[in-house]
Ligand binder design. Sequence first.
Ligand code: NAD
Length: 317
Amino acid sequence: MKENRKIVLIGTGMVGMSMAYSIINTGGIDELVLIDVDKQKAKGEAMDLNHGLPYSFTHMKIKYGEYHECDDADIIVLCAGANQKEGQTRLELVKINTNITKTICEEIKKTKFNGIIVVASNPVDILSYVVYKVTGYDYHKIIGTGTMLDTARMRYLLSEFLSVSSDDIHTYVLGEHGDSSFVSWTNCYVGCKTLLSYIDENKYDMNDLNHIYEEVKNAAYDIISKKKATYYGIGLALNRLIQSIFNDEHNILCVSAYQNNEYNIKDIYIGVPCIIGREGIIKMIKLPFNEVDQGKFEHSCEVLEKTKSSIKKEISN
Ligand code: NAD
């Protein structure tokens, strides 16, 4: 990547702007361009962020822009689209957000963009696939946020429950970023001790873990019923992913990645742990699933496959 680190954010709603605010506080990015179908909103957001720069610890160029700004961008972040309303599943957003994503991809394709696309809009696994299909770009360079947020929720809740720093809770929520997600409990660690032996020693049991997973699964519904939308968590997750890419960190994040038989499944995007770096997805980590995990993974794939079929027409040309 070149010296000037440039991001184009498409969709300046709550999620996109939470990411932008998080980036300003972390630094390390030189240029942020905001695009939205509501131009006035994007212009206003750019003004508001710029006015805070004198009190931040970073120097950044932030402006409203048009699609030609993608020409020399390193990363495009997609946060455009409708968000979940109370009682709605992420999958129910599929038609409207597929059409929005498709329109955006057609615009990106007209530019000289040759970087990485990060997708956060929901249903994120399906929309990452839509981006891949419509742009035809290298799938290693199209990354969905997948279960990054679910994984952070799980690490936070387990950390609180066990009174161990979330830095030392090594666990992934896998599969669809949605109701069919799951945790492979045999692949979770506290420090370098297996989570299952740790809870056993400390007189907890599987009921405790299942209860925590249910809280993770229902977190978005719960937050939406209380404050209409969720955005800070995903904003921080997006910032984390972007920093990993720019800094070529080779850290492991549970993102939505295109499957090409790594998990014996092909042609869908789904949440699995991946090594992230400057070239996007460097490598997928294959976890050893037991029979129960394998069943849950296959179920999650089926759910996504079925949703994918429902938008076949939209992405066929
Ligand atoms: P929002 O309504 O606040 O913002 C969406 C923005 O997209 C609006 O500013 C809108 O004008 C813009 N937009 C719509 N169509 C567009 C187009 N064609 N081109 C450019 N911009 C367009 O919504 P939000 O709360 O910011 O949520 C954004 C998306 O992120 C939703 O799909 C939501 O479900 C998703 N989300 C994902 C996660 C995750 O973990 N991946 C978490 C929370 C929300």
